[in-house]
Write a new protein. Structure first.
Length: 579
């Protein structure tokens, strides 16, 4: 602007000079010469002698000189030969910059008489500059979902040359996503634009490095390059994806709370929050209180409650994975609880008959059922009782067993049995349950009372007082209860002449015998009879024993002394009343 103003100022000075002098070369229009820029100084431009039609020596005589508008001594005039040559190399870019054509105006001034010869020198461009990008690298951030056809303006290169020698075309290194088109925006400059040919996929390629080349139209052409870094920006175009759509795991039912059951994992190809996965858990069947806990960040599923195979033997979970952009993926988890032998067999008595009567063949004592809540071997059972007992176990359907007597029992030999039923499962470790059944054997009157002796001999001193207890008989009965309650009785004597009933009596309860009258040895020295013992069974059983009563003599008759008569106080051992 300032340079232009100065030039305008100088032109006006020259114009004023011309007007003042009122002199001009008639018929001389402005001449135009041209040179290439950058040619050596001293190169020929024009022969002014010829062009001005002056005689040799006239230039010198008239003190011709070349005046350029900017007063730069770029041209040199040889006054002798009239040759106008370059005083220096011309740089079109320095002289005119982007202005095209580049024209240098100058005048040839002559004195005596005054003459002005106007001319101009066209400095022609050569392709001495290559296109140059302002930066060695430019970065573009392009969302991966940009549709094909989207245009991304790029920074243009600069070429100081003009015209054809300026940039004509841009190109990009071969790639499958972009091409470059060269735009003309009407200001004569060429702008590169990156055009998307194919959709980008950050997950496939997140960064592209392309080389952008600017080519000028010189001959030969020159080029400049810059790197184009294309960062493909993530958009949440990928949902989290589980490594497995379905996880199937087994967990021992005795696993402790906190045990790791399964670790699920989902991958999201996006980046940043779009790729941050968090998990959440759903029970397929809604549970009252949850059994598992999911770590929403790690995907680890852990136990938070003790398992019980017998209550729930499997679980189905759904796990969702969400990314930060709201997309989600799903997987399902089947958890099979593996039974551990943690349940002892159980025994339930359905019916129990006790006491059972003795002497009966094969009597059912108990009906019971066994079960084990475990499964498989852990739930298989064996059932047994002591083998020294007169009982056997009979299995029947549905794990029912009957306990029956193995033949007739004898209450008198054993009236009570402690039967231990042992149920053992086949798990590891083996678990067993014991159940004791007390079996009482009830009495049947199968034993008659038995006297302690088959016969009894009782001595009675004569002259006894009436109702004297003269002895006892005793019988025992091994039966029980009424069957063992013995009643004694006197049996009718075989000799009906013996007045037994008037001689003795028996206490029916305890077998005590009493003499009813005072016995007289001299009249009855001995007698015998049978006693009976009868129980209260139904029917009653009885037995008998023989009782012999011997009457002992007492000195109830004074001795009859024959010789000598003696005072009664005198000892007399030799003589007795005859018996
Ligand atoms: C620009 O360059 C491309 C490839 O290098 C070429 O196909 C195209 O014809 C050129 N355009 C011009 C106007 O030179
Ligand atoms: C039965 O036997 C078991 C063990 O052998 C014992 O523990 C239990 O006390 C016994 N029962 C009776 C009533 O004697
Ligand atoms: C015959 C006789 O001498 N009797 C006498 C026996 O003893 C009593 C007394 O103890 C006498 O009184 C009797 O005279």
């Amino acid at each position: 602007m300032e340079a232009g103003g100065e030039r305008f100022h100088q032109q006006r000075q020259v114009l004023i000079l011309f007007l003042l002098l009122g002199v001009t070369f008639a018929g001389w229009e402005s001449r135009r010469y041209s040179v290439m820029e950058e040619i050596e100084s001293g190169s020929f431009v024009a022969n002014l002698v010829k062009d001005l039609g002056l005689g040799v020596g006239e230039l010198a005589a008239r003190e011709a000189r070349v005046v350029s508008e900017d007063n730069e001594p770029r041209l040199q005039l040889d006054l002798q030969t009239g040759k106008l040559t370059l005083n220096e190399k011309l740089d079109r870019e320095e002289m005119c910059g982007p202005t095209d054509p580049c024209v240098m105006h100058f005048q040839v001034l002559l004195k005596k008489p005054l003459g002005v010869f106007r001319a101009e020198l066209l400095v022609r461009d050569i392709n001495d500059h290559a296109p140059e990008f302002p930066e060695r690298e430019m970065t573009l951030k392009i969302p991966e979902n940009s549709p094909p056809g989207t245009v991304f303006p790029l920074k243009k290169a600069q070429d100081l040359d003009v015209g054809n020698n300026n940039i004509q075309n841009y190109s990009i290194s071969p790639n499958s996503y972009f091409h470059v088109s060269t735009r003309n925006r009407g200001d004569g400059r060429k702008y590169p634009e990156l055009v998307l040919d194919r959709e980008l996929d950050r997950e496939k390629q997140a960064l592209l490095r392309l080389t952008l080349t600017a080519l000028d139209g010189g001959s030969p052409p020159r080029s400049g390059t810059t790197q184009v870094r294309i960062l493909v920006l993530d958009i949440n175009d990928n949902a989290p994806e589980f490594a497995q759509a379905h996880y199937q795991v087994q967990v021992l039912e005795n696993s402790p709370v906190g045990a790791l059951v399964v670790k699920v994992s989902a991958r999201d190809l996006d980046t940043g929050t779009n790729g941050e996965v968090s998990y959440s858990l759903f029970y397929s069947s809604q549970e009252m209180s949850p059994t598992f806990e999911l770590n929403s960040l790690s995907g680890e599923v852990r136990l938070i409650k003790k398992l019980d195979f017998e209550t729930v033997s499997s679980y189905d979970l759904d796990i969702d994975a969400f990314d930060g952009g709201g997309l989600s993926g799903k997987c399902s988890v089947s958890i099979e609880v593996v039974d551990v032998n943690d349940n002892a067999p159980e025994l339930t008595i359905s019916s129990l008959t006790s006491p059972i009567p003795e002497n009966s063949p094969e009597t059912e004592v108990a009906l019971f059922r066994i079960r084990d809540r475990d499964s498989g071997e852990n739930g298989k059972m064996t059932c047994s009782i002591q083998d020294d007992l007169p009982f056997i176990l009979k299995p029947s359907e549905e794990n029912f067993y009957t306990l029956v007597t193995n033949g007739a029992l004898d209450r008198e030999s054993k009236a009570e049995y402690n039967v231990t039923i042992t149920v053992t499962d086949l798990g590891t470790p083996r678990l067993k349950t014991e159940h004791n059944i007390i079996v009482l054997v009830s009495d049947v009157n199968d034993n008659a009372p038995a006297f302690t002796q088959t016969s009894y001999t009782l001595w009675v001193r004569e002259n006894n007082s009436p109702a004297l207890h003269i002895g006892s008989v005793s019988a025992t009965d091994t039966d029980a209860g009424a069957n063992a309650q013995v009643t004694y009785s006197l049996l009718p004597p075989p000799d009906p002449l013996v007045p037994l009933a008037s001689l003795v009596s028996i206490n029916p309860d305890n077998g005590h015998l009493f003499a009813l009258t005072s016995l007289d040895y001299e009249a009855l020295r001995a007698f015998e009879f049978h006693v009976g013992a009868t129980d209260r069974g139904s029917p009653a059983l009885s037995s008998q024993a023989l009782v012999r009563v011997l009457v002992a003599d007492a000195n109830d008759n004074a001795p009859f002394v024959l010789y000598p008569l003696q005072n009664a106080s005198a000892p007399c051992t030799e003589w007795h009343a005859a018996v």
